[in-house]
Design a binder for this molecule. Structure first.
Ligand code: FES
Length: 64
């Protein structure tokens, strides 16, 4: 599914960038060799980062 229309980035590409350690939207764009254009997708990227980090912390048993 395309998440970022401006850069034609898919959810899989964004998830890969987050899994590789991107912790901010700008890190995700950089990992995909692009930059934010309109910024509409930023909210979705922040959500993906939060979900991925929460899952990682839960897997490590570090969630309160
Ligand atoms: S939709 Fe991602 S920058 Fe516009």
């Amino acid at each position: 599914m395309i998440v970022c229309l401006c850069n034609a980035l898919t959810d899989a590409q964004l998830a890969d960038a987050v899994a590789q350690g991107a912790t901010r939207p700008r890190d995700v764009y950089a990992a995909c060799d692009c930059k934010a254009q309109c910024g509409t997708c930023t909210k979705m990227i922040v959500s993906m980062i939060r979900d991925t980090r929460s899952a990682a912390l839960a897997a490590e048993g570090r969630l309160p």
